[in-house]
Design a protein around this ligand. Structure first.
Ligand code: ADP
Ligand code: MG
Length: 676
């Protein structure tokens, strides 16, 4: 396989040079030069075909083909074809020879891009009908004078001359577990798919292999790094922690338990924790954070909880104070708007070590905030914090453990799995008795009915959130604004107290508004998206979102997650008259699923990866067969498998793993410098 491509028959000096320009030097390179896409020649009924889609259809030639030349080389061949009861015009440019292959009355297979408005198909091919016509046609990238046909011939030869030396690199145990095709067969079928199934199996195998190798490199790198990193193991009395857990008003879910075990292990280990905790909205991340902070304090360290908004900081402070009431722990809150003296005092006690747990926003990492002994930093909804900010905070303590909590799993996790420098814990279970939130989509003209529904919920003693995208009238953006909506609802709901919350209210007033909603002094809270993350009022059962199509799916899901936190059935009403297809799609997706994992995946698909990562800047690795977006589940499986492998002695010593080790060795996985 390491032979030069010149060893192949038919690869003369010219071809060898051309291949070299494509980065192909050895036979192995050639075999791993995969098609970059496949044309699907499955014949499809015309009415299923979208505008501008590439398709293959079957039809009867309805008119004599007409050939016209423009100058010497340019030509256009036009023929009308009867397809599924419709007349389609097939147009071929600069392929005059096709005329001979098309006869009036013939039944032929046409492929190309269909303009649905004009019913014209262009840029395609025509073939006779045959029952076993290849359905999948690999499409290769070629450079210079190299022709795809020649390339395919060379690849075919590479297999017949050298195929026998293609070795399996995955251990039998993994092949067996996932029922993966052998390496040689998979490689062959990627180039020469005999049928759809063999192709799928080939692809599945190569995707797994590619992602596993990638993850193994990451994990090996991390292992090598860790082994040079001292850190500090924390010891705390587990039974005191257990007692604390016993006294919580609810039993932990199995998922919370599992995640806590992982966190405790990190705390106790001499390595620095760098863990991502993902869990859908309402899955109960806060209490996990609180327990972790408690263990950390018992071990003799201070803890910090960073959150993206002041409101959330206040709420977390309140709930932690309540949770820790009987423990004697000192909880402090620092905010940008704290009074100067109060702030100075808090900072002083923090520095002296009198404060056990500090909660705050970005203010926490400002200059002048010094800790006595910072052991654990937890960030809630970490996507709101930049890498830079996290680093600054981390550097304030002596190697503090870091836990990032997030309710928006996919994009981040994807990036994180892809960079591989974090452990991931997942809370994949909702607390018992949680009912799925019922989501409805209504046009704005249905507002009176929505208001009736609000009244009903309020009569039951429940509360209502109303979210508006903007706080001020704007002519450019035809959206409702919170102040207006507040006024309208206040009129429409006599006897009901309607609160108003937006980012421009003075701090004290915000706090007041939030407090009175939390205490059910106001039954309706009209707000901008400042309530988006984390806020917890279990008695609220209805979420109404104006101009819902202006929000992304993840944000809508976050907002919806503000309700359904108590025992009663919760509802979400999306008021929207979306004008675009994507907008409509978003609204229906929201009504279809409550699963945040699925939602963010579909958001990803709707928006495309470019939007999510700015792929170019992200430094995400590029893969030959795998696609980080489509194959993220495999990526996660590969990540877990890789982690297990590097821990196992078999991986390091067993003969079954020799080829895998050698492959990794060749790729430089056992040298740290490659990954810096
Ligand atoms: P999130 O993961 O979105 O941050 P929270 O931590 O705010 O969710 O929890 C949502 C609600 O669920 C809170 O009212 C919390 O007290 C409650 N909760 C958390 N864990 C459990 C549990 N194991 N059983 C019942 N309720 C729980
Ligand atoms: Mg939360």
């Amino acid at each position: 396989m390491k032979q030069s491509v010149s060893a192949l028959h038919g690869a003369g000096p010219r071809a060898v040079e051309q291949l070299q320009q494509m980065g192909i030097v050895t036979v192995e390179d050639l075999i791993e030069h995969f098609p970059f896409r496949y044309e699907d020649h499955a014949i499809r009924p015309l009415n299923e075909v979208q505008h501008d889609e590439r398709v293959t259809v079957q039809g009867k030639v309805y008119s004599e083909p007409e050939l016209r030349f423009f100058g010497k080389k340019k030509s256009r061949l036009t023929v009308r074809v009867f397809v599924d009861g419709l007349l389609v015009q097939a147009v071929f440019f600069n392929q005059p020879y096709l005329k001979k292959q098309i006869q009036l009355g013939d039944h032929l297979v046409f492929s190309g891009k269909l303009d649905r408005n004009r019913m014209v198909m262009t840029g395609g091919t025509v073939k006779p009908q045959s029952p076993n016509s290849d359905r999948l046609e690999p499409v290769y990238s070629v450079k210079g004078d190299m022709k795809v046909r020649q390339l395919r011939k060379l690849i075919d030869q590479a297999f017949s001359s050298f195929g026998s030396s293609i070795e399996e690199i995955l251990p039998a145990q993994l092949l067996d577990t996932y029922k993966l095709a052998g390496r040689k067969q998979a490689l062959y079928h990627l180039h020469f798919p005999t049928d759809l199934n063999s192709f799928r199996q080939a692809k599945r195998r190569m995707i797994y292999e590619e992602l596993l190798l990638f993850q193994l490199k990451m994990q090996l790198f991390r292992k090598q790094q860790r082994e040079g990193d001292k850190g500090n193991g924390k010891s705390f009395n587990q039974s005191v922690v257990n007692e604390f857990v016993q006294e919580l008003p609810f039993p932990l879910t199995a998922a919370q338990d599992k995640v806590l075990k992982e966190v405790f292990q990190d705390l106790q280990s001499p390595y620095r924790m760098n863990r991502l905790l993902q869990g859908d909205v309402g899955s109960g991340k806060t209490v996990v954070a609180a327990i972790a902070l408690y263990a950390n304090v018992l071990a003799g360290y201070q803890g910090a909880l960073m959150v993206p908004t002041e409101i959330l900081a206040e709420q977390h402070t309140e709930s932690l104070k309540k949770l820790f009431e009987h423990t004697g722990l000192k909880i402090a809150h620092i905010s940008g708007s704290s009074r100067a003296r109060e702030k100075r005092e808090t900072l002083e006690s923090l520095q002296k070590g009198d404060v056990d747990i500090i909660i705050g926003t970005h203010a926490l990492i400002q200059e002048g905030v010094e800790f006595s002994n910072l052991g654990l930093v937890i960030t809630d909804e970490q996507h709101r914090f930049g890498v830079q900010q996290r680093r600054v905070l981390r550097e304030k303590g002596i190697q503090p453990d870091v836990l990032f909590m997030t309710a928006t799993p996919i994009p981040r996790t994807l990036a994180i799995s892809a960079f591989g420098d974090m452990d991931v814990s997942t809370i994949d279970e909702m607390p018992a008795g949680r009912k799925a939130i019922k989501t409805h989509w209504a046009k704005h003209d249905k507002l009176p009915r929505v208001i009736d529904f609000m009244k009903k919920e309020i009569q039951k003693g429940h509360q209502v959130y109303v979210i508006c995208p903007l706080i001020e009238e704007s002519e450019q953006l035809d959206v409702q604004n919170a102040i207006d909506v507040h006024f309208q609802l206040d009129q429409a709901l006599p006897g009901v107290s309607v609160g108003l919350m937006h980012g421009r209210l003075p701090h004290d007033e915000k706090e007041q508004v939030m407090l009175s909603f939390a205490e059910n002094e106001s039954q309706v809270l009209v707000s901008t998206t400042v309530v988006e993350v984390g806020v917890n009022v279990p008695n609220a059962t209805l979420m109404v979102i104006y101009d819902a199509d202006r929000f992304g799916l993840s944000q809508l899901h976050q907002l919806r997650g503000r309700v359904g936190r108590g025992d009663a059935q919760a509802f979400c009403v999306l008021l929207a008259d979306p004008k675009t297809d994507v907008g409509k799609e978003r609204m229906s997706i929201m009504t279809e699923t409550n699963d945040g994992f699925e939602l963010s995946q579909r958001d990803l698909e709707l928006r495309g990866p470019g939007d999510f990562f700015g792929v170019k800047q992200s430094g995400l690795p590029e893969f030959k067969v795998a696609d980080l977006i489509e194959d993220y589940r495999v990526l996660e499986v590969a990540r877990q498998d890789a982690a297990k492998l590097v821990q196992s002695s078999a991986f390091w010593t067993s003969e079954d793993y020799r080829n895998l080790r050698e492959t990794l060795q060749k790729q430089g996985a056992f040298r740290e410098s490659k990954f810096d």
